[in-house]
Design a protein around this ligand. Structure first.
Ligand code: DGY
Length: 324
């Protein structure tokens, strides 16, 4: 008899077929108040789960006594309590490699958009307000040959460092719990303390995972340590930044601008003060959202679930090493 799984995000049909070849699949388009009772009923018999963008915590897991594996279609796993999953002997799989380059592209998009005020300028043209040659009040700032400070030096941080160094001749600083000799040798990156990075960087880019340690890491005090000409870029997780403090810093001119793909609450409420600020570029969490990469992430997650339920996990697992 096939094992049962709950799929809680739409995936391309060929990948769904691959899941169906291996498992009995119950599909739900997300998990919400409307379908919650049905999801809980399906979880009773589920050996695995696969999906994204939904918190999967005790209130669901308590209804899933047989669950052995969860495969998230994301690199981030802040929707899960890894300690709790480990205690329940549930292996958590994720997609750490396939989205690296695309996410670094998104971060660089935010760097260029904020520095060159591309959104503001494009909106002005679209509104039919480009009536004369632009003046100094519309100038942006250069990106090339400036200093980029990268918080976190994992795969995405390194892909960002490569773009900054090789493409834009930038000076690369990074803050990480351990040295990354490869980025130091290849991209001339220098590891430094957080305070030094904040004080020296023209672009402070967050590529850290979200955790208790990184919760509101960038707060009022740290924003005040940045140059008033500096730009904050967050392509990681919204809760790493104290959003109220950021809004104040942007209004007061403590920093120049912010490029944000992630927010404390997502979707960002339409009445958020961030949206009133001309020096903010806000994107709807599109870090990995290209056709190619989202397909590759779903394919990786499908393979991960098949491996976790029918084979031996050797990669892409968050907690397999703790379950041995
Ligand atoms: C990830 O994979 O974690 C991205 O942020 C998309 O959610």
């Amino acid at each position: 008899m096939k094992q049962s799984i709950v799929l809680y995000k739409k995936i391309p049909s060929d990948l769904l077929q691959r899941l169906e070849d291996n498992f009995d699949v119950r599909f739900f388009d997300g998990i919400n108040e409307t379908n919650r009772a049905e999801v809980l009923a399906a979880l009773k018999n589920a050996d695995g789960m696969i999906g994204a963008s939904v918190p999967v915590r005790a209130e669901l897991l308590d209804h899933a006594p047989k669950l052995k594996a969860i495969s998230t279609i994301s690199v981030g796993y802040d929707q899960f309590d890894v300690g709790d999953l480990t205690q329940r002997k549930i292996v958590l799989m994720h997609t750490p490699t396939v989205l690296t380059e695309t996410t670094a592209d998104t971060v660089f998009t935010l760097i260029l958009m904020t520095a060159r005020r591309a959104l503001e300028m494009a909106e002005m043209v679209k509104a039919g307000k480009w009536t004369r040659s632009i003046g100094s009040d519309s100038y942006g700032v250069d990106v090339h040959h400036k200093t980029i400070g990268i918080l976190g030096m994992g795969r995405i941080g390194a892909a960002l460092a490569r773009r900054a160094h090789a493409g834009f001749g930038m000076n690369v600083l990074y803050w990480n719990d351990r040295p990354n000799t490869q980025v130091e040798e290849e991209f001339n990156a220098r590891r430094c303390e957080l305070d030094e990075l904040l004080a020296q960087s023209d672009f402070v880019c967050i590529t850290l995972p979200y955790s208790e340690q990184t919760h509101k890491l960038i707060n009022a005090e740290r924003l005040a340590k940045m140059k008033s000409s500096a730009i904050l870029i967050n392509g990681a997780r919204g809760k790493i930044v104290d959003q109220a403090a950021l809004i104040k810093a942007l209004k007061d001119g403590t920093i120049r601008a912010a490029g944000l793909d992630v927010f404390e609450v997502e979707p960002l409420p339409a009445d958020s003060e961030l949206l009133q600020l001309p020096n903010v570029v806000a994107l709807p969490h599109i870090g990995s959202a290209t056709e190619e990469t989202r397909y590759n992430m779903a394919a990786c997650a499908v393979d991960n679930l098949i491996t976790a339920l029918t084979g031996e996990v050797t990669e892409n697992s968050v907690n397999a090493h703790l379950l041995k």
